[in-house]
Design a protein around this ligand. Structure first.
Ligand SMILES: Cc1ncc(COP(=O)(O)O)c(C=O)c1O
Length: 371
């Protein structure tokens, strides 16, 4: 008899249904592919979902970051505190705007930018903005960062690429900073294929962001800004409108999956599970455990049992070749420890109950677990 091989459980699986397909077909048949009613409707639905006055759709989260930073007036000569433990798009956008990232160490428990370490840098002066990333769907300490930004007179920018619908003290991420961005890349909590969004409560910032993303403006050929073409397409917006309606239910499924994993793995002394304090709503873009010893062996063991896992992130942005060439380096002990310990397990909403059982059984059967 051939042994039964468990089907591979992927780390992410975008959920695209019949409704998205129908909407996309309608766009294609309409012939109106850009800057139309669907983009406008998606912007206003997204702003309504968050409860923020303005939302500007873009071609990607990276594009949103760049136009948000530039729309806030951050540019050459400015220094922006941010995290080294993220996808490089966050600090890349600072560099593309002509400003300088100042990398600061993270909270060892959450992997998010550490407010105390940030304040130590702010005390030295010369900082224009703080760019926080809500890593893995777990909000950064937004009350602390808002207070720091106000006390030191700097801007607060939120990178919510991994955190659609996350909240602290009942306040949604993306509504607290002077501007915020979201990504709709396929693995995110909701997708448009490629796409992004800038959110802000400031009409001037929204207007500049819109012009930077689409410099055509109201008056033909009378350009107000030296902009880009970072527009979202109608096709992407049509998908986004459907995905946004499903977001809350899918976030709740992620949260239920996370509770299931916590119940199945909580007694293992060699594993540290993500925590969720009472004031925080995490939307579990990733379910990331810390494995102080044997992380890579565990990943191999899981793969052998048909369970995909990923290391987000195996290296720090300032230590990558691109950043070293620009002269970045520095020591970030908490973030460096995390690069050696973190492992993300599947938590996406299309997991079935038996997938969750396979994941828990695979982790529990790790023979390399420290005794
Ligand atoms: C934290 C973070 N910021 C920015 C981005 C960039 O978004 P995009 O891929 O849509 O350009 C991503 C992910 O892709 C991300 O994870």
């Amino acid at each position: 008899m051939t042994p039964r091989i468990a089907a591979a459980i992927p780390i992410a699986r975008p959920q695209i249904g019949e409704e998205e397909k129908r909407e996309v077909l309608q766009v294609l048949e309409s012939g109106g592919l850009v800057a139309g009613a669907r983009v406008a409707a998606f912007e206003s639905a997204f702003a309504g979902y968050l409860g923020v006055p303005y939302a500007v759709a873009t071609a990607s989260g990276s594009a949103a970051l760049q136009v948000a930073i530039m729309a806030l007036g951050v540019g050459p000569g400015d220094r922006v505190v941010t995290t080294p433990f993220t996808f490089a798009a966050s600090s890349n956008a600072v560099i593309h705007a002509g400003a300088q990232p100042v990398f600061v160490d993270v909270d060892p428990a959450t992997g998010n930018l550490d407010p105390d370490a940030t304040e130590a840098v702010l005390r030295g002066g010369g900082i224009r903005a703080i760019l926080v990333v809500h890593l893995y769907g777990r909000p950064a300490d937004l009350p602390a960062f808002r207070a720091l930004a106000d006390r030191y007179g700097v801007l607060l920018i939120e990178d919510c690429a991994q955190a659609h619908g996350a909240a602290v003290d009942g306040r949604m991420v993306g509504t607290v900073g002077d501007a915020a961005i979201f990504s709709f890349y396929p693995t995110k909590n909701m997708t448009t294929g490629e796409g992004g969004m800038v959110t802000t409560a400031d009409a001037g910032v929204a207007r500049r962001a819109r012009l930077l993303a689409d410099p055509r403006g109201d008056q033909e050929y009378a350009y107000e800004v030296v902009g880009f073409n970072y527009r979202m397409t109608e096709i992407a917006a049509a998908i986004g409108l459907v995905q946004l309606r499903a977001l809350e239910a899918r976030n709740e499924q992620r949260r239920a999956n996370a509770r299931w994993l916590a119940a199945g793995l909580g007694d293992l002394p060699w594993l540290r599970l993500p925590e969720e304090p009472a004031a925080v709503r995490s939307v579990y873009h990733q379910y990331t455990v810390h494995v102080p010893e044997g992380r890579d062996a565990l990943a191999r063991h899981l793969a052998a049992h048909g369970v995909a896992s990923r290391v987000y992130y195996p290296s720090l942005v300032p230590h990558t070749p691109a950043y070293r060439r620009l002269g970045f380096a520095g020591s970030y002990p908490n973030a460096e420890a995390l690069t050696r310990q973190v492992l993300s397990l599947p938590v996406h909403p299309s997991l079935r109950p038996d997938d969750l059982e396979v994941i828990v059984d695979a982790v529990r059967s790790f023979p390399g677990a420290p005794r």
